[in-house]
Design a protein around this ligand. Structure first.
Ligand code: PLP
Length: 401
Protein backbone atom coordinates (compact mmCIF):
# COMPACT_ATOMS: atom_id res chain seq x y z
CA UNK A 1 0.00 0.00 0.00
CA UNK A 2 1.27 3.49 -0.81
CA UNK A 3 0.24 6.80 0.66
CA UNK A 4 0.24 10.14 -1.09
CA UNK A 5 1.85 13.13 0.50
CA UNK A 6 -0.38 15.77 2.09
CA UNK A 7 -1.47 18.87 0.22
CA UNK A 8 1.81 20.77 0.26
CA UNK A 9 3.64 18.06 -1.58
CA UNK A 10 3.56 16.75 -5.16
CA UNK A 11 1.27 13.74 -5.84
CA UNK A 12 4.17 12.10 -7.69
CA UNK A 13 5.96 11.83 -4.37
CA UNK A 14 4.54 8.73 -2.69
CA UNK A 15 5.71 6.57 0.19
CA UNK A 16 5.11 3.04 1.47
CA UNK A 17 4.99 4.13 5.11
CA UNK A 18 2.39 2.38 7.29
CA UNK A 19 -0.63 4.75 7.14
CA UNK A 20 -1.70 3.64 10.63
CA UNK A 21 1.49 5.11 12.10
CA UNK A 22 2.42 8.79 12.60
CA UNK A 23 5.97 8.94 11.28
CA UNK A 24 7.72 11.71 13.20
CA UNK A 25 11.25 10.38 13.03
CA UNK A 26 12.66 10.82 9.55
CA UNK A 27 15.86 11.88 11.29
CA UNK A 28 17.00 8.42 12.39
CA UNK A 29 16.53 6.13 9.41
CA UNK A 30 14.85 8.26 6.72
CA UNK A 31 12.10 6.90 4.48
CA UNK A 32 12.37 5.97 0.82
CA UNK A 33 9.81 7.26 -1.71
CA UNK A 34 8.04 4.79 -4.00
CA UNK A 35 9.79 6.08 -7.13
CA UNK A 36 13.19 5.70 -5.46
CA UNK A 37 12.37 2.13 -4.39
CA UNK A 38 11.32 1.42 -7.98
CA UNK A 39 14.59 2.79 -9.35
CA UNK A 40 16.58 0.69 -6.89
CA UNK A 41 14.51 -2.39 -7.83
CA UNK A 42 15.15 -1.66 -11.51
CA UNK A 43 18.90 -1.67 -10.89
CA UNK A 44 18.71 -4.82 -8.78
CA UNK A 45 16.83 -6.53 -11.58
CA UNK A 46 19.59 -5.60 -14.04
CA UNK A 47 22.16 -6.99 -11.59
CA UNK A 48 20.27 -10.26 -11.28
CA UNK A 49 19.64 -10.49 -15.01
CA UNK A 50 23.36 -11.01 -15.60
CA UNK A 51 25.42 -10.82 -12.40
CA UNK A 52 28.71 -11.41 -14.19
CA UNK A 53 28.15 -8.48 -16.54
CA UNK A 54 26.88 -6.33 -13.65
CA UNK A 55 29.91 -6.86 -11.44
CA UNK A 56 32.35 -6.58 -14.34
CA UNK A 57 31.09 -3.05 -15.01
CA UNK A 58 30.16 -2.05 -11.45
CA UNK A 59 33.23 0.02 -10.56
CA UNK A 60 32.75 2.16 -13.67
CA UNK A 61 29.07 2.63 -12.82
CA UNK A 62 29.94 3.64 -9.25
CA UNK A 63 32.55 6.07 -10.58
CA UNK A 64 30.01 7.72 -12.90
CA UNK A 65 27.43 7.93 -10.10
CA UNK A 66 30.00 9.35 -7.72
CA UNK A 67 30.69 12.17 -10.17
CA UNK A 68 26.98 12.79 -10.65
CA UNK A 69 26.34 12.89 -6.89
CA UNK A 70 29.32 15.17 -6.32
CA UNK A 71 27.90 17.62 -8.82
CA UNK A 72 24.50 17.57 -7.08
CA UNK A 73 26.22 18.26 -3.74
CA UNK A 74 28.44 20.93 -5.32
CA UNK A 75 31.67 19.23 -4.32
CA UNK A 76 34.79 18.36 -6.33
CA UNK A 77 34.25 14.74 -7.53
CA UNK A 78 37.96 14.11 -7.00
CA UNK A 79 37.45 14.60 -3.25
CA UNK A 80 34.30 12.56 -2.62
CA UNK A 81 33.65 8.83 -2.23
CA UNK A 82 30.64 6.73 -1.41
CA UNK A 83 30.59 4.84 1.87
CA UNK A 84 27.94 2.66 3.49
CA UNK A 85 26.93 5.15 6.16
CA UNK A 86 28.27 8.00 8.26
CA UNK A 87 29.73 5.54 10.78
CA UNK A 88 31.69 3.83 7.98
CA UNK A 89 32.97 7.20 6.76
CA UNK A 90 34.20 8.04 10.26
CA UNK A 91 35.79 4.58 10.54
CA UNK A 92 37.72 5.17 7.28
CA UNK A 93 39.18 8.33 8.80
CA UNK A 94 40.00 6.63 12.11
CA UNK A 95 41.65 3.75 10.26
CA UNK A 96 43.85 6.19 8.33
CA UNK A 97 45.27 7.49 11.62
CA UNK A 98 46.15 4.12 13.10
CA UNK A 99 49.82 4.20 12.15
CA UNK A 100 50.59 7.78 13.23
CA UNK A 101 51.64 6.99 16.77
CA UNK A 102 49.51 8.24 19.68
CA UNK A 103 46.37 9.93 18.36
CA UNK A 104 44.59 12.16 20.86
CA UNK A 105 41.00 12.94 20.05
CA UNK A 106 38.64 15.69 21.14
CA UNK A 107 34.88 15.17 20.91
CA UNK A 108 31.90 17.10 22.29
CA UNK A 109 29.17 16.11 24.71
CA UNK A 110 26.71 16.46 21.77
CA UNK A 111 28.48 13.85 19.64
CA UNK A 112 26.70 10.82 18.23
CA UNK A 113 27.55 7.97 20.62
CA UNK A 114 28.74 5.46 18.04
CA UNK A 115 31.03 7.95 16.28
CA UNK A 116 32.37 9.23 19.59
CA UNK A 117 33.09 5.68 20.76
CA UNK A 118 35.01 5.09 17.53
CA UNK A 119 37.13 8.15 18.24
CA UNK A 120 37.77 7.00 21.80
CA UNK A 121 38.78 3.56 20.57
CA UNK A 122 41.20 5.17 18.11
CA UNK A 123 42.83 7.04 20.99
CA UNK A 124 42.94 3.91 23.12
CA UNK A 125 44.43 1.73 20.36
CA UNK A 126 47.14 4.24 19.47
CA UNK A 127 48.00 5.22 23.03
CA UNK A 128 46.54 8.72 22.73
CA UNK A 129 44.16 10.62 24.99
CA UNK A 130 40.42 11.17 24.59
CA UNK A 131 39.03 14.52 25.71
CA UNK A 132 35.51 15.90 25.66
CA UNK A 133 34.49 19.52 25.46
CA UNK A 134 31.23 20.26 27.26
CA UNK A 135 28.99 22.66 25.38
CA UNK A 136 25.77 23.85 27.03
CA UNK A 137 22.61 23.06 25.08
CA UNK A 138 21.82 26.73 24.54
CA UNK A 139 25.35 27.90 23.67
CA UNK A 140 25.42 30.53 20.94
CA UNK A 141 27.62 30.19 17.86
CA UNK A 142 30.25 32.44 19.40
CA UNK A 143 30.17 30.54 22.67
CA UNK A 144 30.64 27.23 20.85
CA UNK A 145 33.57 28.61 18.86
CA UNK A 146 35.07 29.93 22.11
CA UNK A 147 34.64 26.67 24.05
CA UNK A 148 35.94 24.38 21.32
CA UNK A 149 38.85 26.73 20.57
CA UNK A 150 39.80 26.85 24.25
CA UNK A 151 39.69 23.03 24.51
CA UNK A 152 41.80 22.62 21.37
CA UNK A 153 44.42 25.05 22.67
CA UNK A 154 44.50 23.33 26.07
CA UNK A 155 44.44 19.71 24.91
CA UNK A 156 46.21 19.94 21.53
CA UNK A 157 44.40 16.90 20.11
CA UNK A 158 45.43 15.22 16.87
CA UNK A 159 41.82 15.05 15.74
CA UNK A 160 38.66 17.00 16.56
CA UNK A 161 35.39 15.19 15.85
CA UNK A 162 32.43 17.53 15.77
CA UNK A 163 28.84 17.33 14.53
CA UNK A 164 27.42 19.71 11.97
CA UNK A 165 23.86 18.91 13.05
CA UNK A 166 23.66 17.04 16.34
CA UNK A 167 21.59 13.95 16.92
CA UNK A 168 20.59 14.11 20.59
CA UNK A 169 20.18 17.88 20.74
CA UNK A 170 18.92 18.75 17.22
CA UNK A 171 21.14 21.79 16.84
CA UNK A 172 23.82 23.01 14.44
CA UNK A 173 27.42 23.86 15.25
CA UNK A 174 29.46 26.56 13.47
CA UNK A 175 31.78 23.99 11.93
CA UNK A 176 33.37 26.22 9.26
CA UNK A 177 34.81 28.63 11.82
CA UNK A 178 35.82 25.81 14.16
CA UNK A 179 37.61 23.88 11.40
CA UNK A 180 39.48 27.02 10.29
CA UNK A 181 40.70 27.56 13.83
CA UNK A 182 41.62 23.88 14.17
CA UNK A 183 43.72 24.11 11.04
CA UNK A 184 45.59 27.11 12.39
CA UNK A 185 46.37 25.01 15.48
CA UNK A 186 47.46 21.95 13.50
CA UNK A 187 44.42 19.93 14.60
CA UNK A 188 42.80 17.61 12.06
CA UNK A 189 39.00 17.79 11.81
CA UNK A 190 36.30 15.23 11.12
CA UNK A 191 32.88 16.85 10.74
CA UNK A 192 29.97 14.49 11.26
CA UNK A 193 27.38 15.83 8.83
CA UNK A 194 25.18 12.72 9.04
CA UNK A 195 22.02 14.87 9.09
CA UNK A 196 23.23 17.67 6.83
CA UNK A 197 22.46 16.56 3.23
CA UNK A 198 19.14 18.12 2.29
CA UNK A 199 18.67 19.73 5.71
CA UNK A 200 21.25 22.44 4.98
CA UNK A 201 21.18 24.24 1.61
CA UNK A 202 24.93 23.71 1.15
CA UNK A 203 25.67 20.71 3.36
CA UNK A 204 29.36 20.05 2.72
CA UNK A 205 31.72 21.63 5.23
CA UNK A 206 34.65 22.40 2.92
CA UNK A 207 36.81 23.62 5.81
CA UNK A 208 36.86 20.17 7.40
CA UNK A 209 39.73 17.84 6.67
CA UNK A 210 37.12 15.11 6.50
CA UNK A 211 33.35 15.42 6.23
CA UNK A 212 30.83 12.58 6.29
CA UNK A 213 27.13 12.85 5.45
CA UNK A 214 24.26 10.41 5.04
CA UNK A 215 22.14 10.40 1.92
CA UNK A 216 19.70 7.96 3.53
CA UNK A 217 18.34 10.48 6.04
CA UNK A 218 16.67 13.73 4.87
CA UNK A 219 17.73 13.07 1.23
CA UNK A 220 15.70 9.82 1.23
CA UNK A 221 18.12 7.59 -0.67
CA UNK A 222 17.95 3.85 0.01
CA UNK A 223 19.75 2.93 3.24
CA UNK A 224 23.44 2.33 2.83
CA UNK A 225 24.21 5.56 0.94
CA UNK A 226 26.60 8.09 2.46
CA UNK A 227 29.55 10.15 1.30
CA UNK A 228 32.97 11.03 2.67
CA UNK A 229 34.68 14.20 1.45
CA UNK A 230 38.37 14.94 1.97
CA UNK A 231 39.77 18.49 1.88
CA UNK A 232 43.20 17.30 0.79
CA UNK A 233 44.16 14.68 -1.77
CA UNK A 234 42.62 11.87 0.30
CA UNK A 235 45.50 9.54 -0.58
CA UNK A 236 45.77 8.49 3.09
CA UNK A 237 42.19 7.11 2.98
CA UNK A 238 41.39 3.50 2.10
CA UNK A 239 38.07 1.65 1.97
CA UNK A 240 37.26 -0.44 5.03
CA UNK A 241 37.01 -3.45 2.73
CA UNK A 242 40.35 -4.25 1.11
CA UNK A 243 39.47 -5.19 -2.43
CA UNK A 244 40.62 -4.61 -6.00
CA UNK A 245 40.68 -0.85 -5.46
CA UNK A 246 43.88 -0.90 -3.37
CA UNK A 247 46.31 -0.06 -6.20
CA UNK A 248 44.14 2.80 -7.42
CA UNK A 249 44.39 6.38 -6.14
CA UNK A 250 41.70 8.14 -4.09
CA UNK A 251 38.81 8.45 -4.94
CA UNK A 252 38.72 5.61 -7.54
CA UNK A 253 39.91 3.04 -5.00
CA UNK A 254 36.57 3.45 -3.19
CA UNK A 255 34.64 2.40 -6.32
CA UNK A 256 35.73 -1.24 -5.74
CA UNK A 257 34.05 -2.95 -2.78
CA UNK A 258 34.03 -6.61 -3.74
CA UNK A 259 30.70 -8.39 -4.06
CA UNK A 260 28.04 -6.23 -2.42
CA UNK A 261 24.80 -4.43 -3.20
CA UNK A 262 25.80 -1.01 -4.53
CA UNK A 263 22.28 -0.04 -5.59
CA UNK A 264 21.80 2.43 -2.66
CA UNK A 265 24.75 4.45 -4.05
CA UNK A 266 23.61 4.09 -7.64
CA UNK A 267 20.11 5.27 -6.72
CA UNK A 268 21.19 8.23 -4.56
CA UNK A 269 21.29 10.87 -7.36
CA UNK A 270 17.86 9.73 -8.53
CA UNK A 271 16.50 10.20 -4.99
CA UNK A 272 18.06 13.67 -4.77
CA UNK A 273 16.54 14.74 -8.09
CA UNK A 274 13.18 13.15 -7.27
CA UNK A 275 12.75 15.31 -4.16
CA UNK A 276 14.03 18.32 -6.09
CA UNK A 277 11.63 17.80 -8.97
CA UNK A 278 8.54 16.93 -6.92
CA UNK A 279 8.54 19.10 -3.78
CA UNK A 280 11.65 21.18 -4.53
CA UNK A 281 14.53 21.38 -2.04
CA UNK A 282 13.90 24.96 -0.91
CA UNK A 283 10.24 24.26 -0.43
CA UNK A 284 10.91 21.00 1.39
CA UNK A 285 13.16 22.75 3.88
CA UNK A 286 10.89 25.77 4.34
CA UNK A 287 7.67 23.79 4.66
CA UNK A 288 9.20 21.24 7.04
CA UNK A 289 10.41 24.10 9.24
CA UNK A 290 7.03 25.85 9.16
CA UNK A 291 5.25 22.59 9.93
CA UNK A 292 7.49 22.05 12.94
CA UNK A 293 7.08 25.64 14.16
CA UNK A 294 3.36 25.02 14.28
CA UNK A 295 3.65 21.42 15.48
CA UNK A 296 6.03 22.27 18.32
CA UNK A 297 3.71 25.04 19.53
CA UNK A 298 0.82 22.55 19.70
CA UNK A 299 2.93 19.95 21.51
CA UNK A 300 4.34 22.56 23.92
CA UNK A 301 0.81 23.63 24.84
CA UNK A 302 -0.07 20.03 25.71
CA UNK A 303 2.96 19.99 28.05
CA UNK A 304 1.91 23.15 29.92
CA UNK A 305 2.11 22.51 33.65
CA UNK A 306 3.95 19.22 33.05
CA UNK A 307 7.31 20.50 31.83
CA UNK A 308 8.82 23.84 32.84
CA UNK A 309 10.68 24.34 29.59
CA UNK A 310 8.99 22.24 26.85
CA UNK A 311 10.84 23.86 23.93
CA UNK A 312 14.41 24.32 25.17
CA UNK A 313 16.69 26.88 23.58
CA UNK A 314 19.17 24.89 21.50
CA UNK A 315 21.30 27.89 20.53
CA UNK A 316 21.52 27.22 16.80
CA UNK A 317 18.32 25.39 15.76
CA UNK A 318 17.82 23.55 12.46
CA UNK A 319 14.60 23.52 10.39
CA UNK A 320 13.36 19.93 10.17
CA UNK A 321 14.56 18.58 13.55
CA UNK A 322 13.31 19.91 16.90
CA UNK A 323 13.70 19.11 20.57
CA UNK A 324 10.82 18.88 23.04
CA UNK A 325 11.39 18.27 26.77
CA UNK A 326 9.95 15.10 28.30
CA UNK A 327 8.06 15.20 31.59
CA UNK A 328 9.76 14.11 34.84
CA UNK A 329 12.79 11.87 34.53
CA UNK A 330 11.49 10.07 31.46
CA UNK A 331 14.30 9.24 29.03
CA UNK A 332 16.90 10.80 31.32
CA UNK A 333 19.51 8.18 30.41
CA UNK A 334 20.54 6.94 26.97
CA UNK A 335 19.22 3.45 27.72
CA UNK A 336 16.03 4.88 29.21
CA UNK A 337 15.40 7.05 26.15
CA UNK A 338 16.02 4.18 23.73
CA UNK A 339 13.76 1.88 25.73
CA UNK A 340 10.78 4.19 25.14
CA UNK A 341 10.75 3.94 21.33
CA UNK A 342 9.05 0.58 20.79
CA UNK A 343 6.52 0.60 23.67
CA UNK A 344 5.51 4.15 22.77
CA UNK A 345 5.12 3.28 19.10
CA UNK A 346 3.14 0.14 19.94
CA UNK A 347 0.86 1.98 22.36
CA UNK A 348 0.19 5.08 20.27
CA UNK A 349 1.14 4.41 16.67
CA UNK A 350 3.65 7.26 16.83
CA UNK A 351 7.19 6.59 15.60
CA UNK A 352 9.42 9.22 17.17
CA UNK A 353 12.96 9.64 18.48
CA UNK A 354 13.66 9.82 22.21
CA UNK A 355 16.99 11.39 23.01
CA UNK A 356 18.75 12.51 26.14
CA UNK A 357 21.33 15.08 27.03
CA UNK A 358 23.01 15.87 30.33
CA UNK A 359 20.50 13.86 32.35
CA UNK A 360 17.36 15.16 30.69
CA UNK A 361 15.07 13.28 28.28
CA UNK A 362 13.70 14.74 25.04
CA UNK A 363 11.48 13.95 22.11
CA UNK A 364 13.11 14.75 18.80
CA UNK A 365 10.53 15.69 16.20
CA UNK A 366 11.17 15.52 12.46
CA UNK A 367 9.17 16.75 9.50
CA UNK A 368 9.32 15.60 5.90
CA UNK A 369 7.11 15.68 2.84
CA UNK A 370 4.70 13.03 4.17
CA UNK A 371 3.90 14.91 7.39
CA UNK A 372 0.96 17.18 8.08
CA UNK A 373 -0.08 19.22 11.12
CA UNK A 374 -2.43 16.38 12.12
CA UNK A 375 0.62 14.32 13.06
CA UNK A 376 1.72 16.82 15.69
CA UNK A 377 -1.84 17.36 16.93
CA UNK A 378 -2.09 13.60 17.40
CA UNK A 379 1.17 13.58 19.31
CA UNK A 380 -0.18 16.37 21.54
CA UNK A 381 -3.54 14.75 22.25
CA UNK A 382 -2.62 11.05 22.37
CA UNK A 383 1.15 10.79 22.85
CA UNK A 384 1.85 13.43 25.46
CA UNK A 385 -0.84 12.29 27.96
CA UNK A 386 0.63 8.77 27.82
CA UNK A 387 4.15 10.07 28.36
CA UNK A 388 2.88 12.09 31.31
CA UNK A 389 1.26 8.97 32.78
CA UNK A 390 4.48 6.98 32.34
CA UNK A 391 6.48 9.79 33.94
CA UNK A 392 4.50 9.67 37.18
CA UNK A 393 4.08 5.90 37.44
CA UNK A 394 6.70 3.97 39.42
CA UNK A 395 9.27 2.60 36.97
CA UNK A 396 8.14 5.18 34.39
CA UNK A 397 9.50 4.56 30.93
CA UNK A 398 10.09 0.85 31.42
CA UNK A 399 6.62 -0.07 30.14
CA UNK A 400 5.88 -2.71 27.62
CA UNK A 401 2.64 -1.91 25.82
C1 PLP B 1 25.03 12.81 14.11
C2 PLP B 1 25.02 11.39 13.63
N1 PLP B 1 26.17 10.84 13.27
C3 PLP B 1 26.23 9.57 12.82
C4 PLP B 1 25.10 8.81 12.72
C5 PLP B 1 25.23 7.40 12.27
O1 PLP B 1 24.59 7.20 11.05
P1 PLP B 1 24.68 5.78 10.38
O2 PLP B 1 23.98 4.83 11.30
O3 PLP B 1 23.97 5.94 9.09
O4 PLP B 1 26.11 5.45 10.24
C6 PLP B 1 23.87 9.34 13.10
C7 PLP B 1 22.65 8.53 13.02
O5 PLP B 1 21.57 8.93 13.31
C8 PLP B 1 23.83 10.67 13.57
O6 PLP B 1 22.69 11.23 13.97
Amino acid sequence: MTISSPGWSDPQLRWTLDPCVRHLNHGSFGAVPVAVQAEQNRLRAIADWNPVRWFATLAARIGDTREEMAELLAVDPGRMVFVLNASAGASVVYQSLMDRGPVSVLTTNHGYGAVTMGAERLAERTGGRAGVVDIPLNATEDEVIGLVGEAMRAQRPTLLVIDQVTSATARAFPVDEICREARSLGVLTLVDGAHAPGVLPDPICREADYWVGNLHKFASAPRGAAVLVARGSGQELFPLIDSWGSPHPFPQRFDHGGTFDATPWLTAPFAWRHLGETVGWERLRATSAALLDEGCAVVAKSLEGLVADPLPDVGQPVGPLRLVGLPGTLGATHAGADALRVPFSDATGIAIAFTNFEGRGFLRLSAHAYNSNHDYQYLATVGIPLLHRWSIEPGGGTHQA
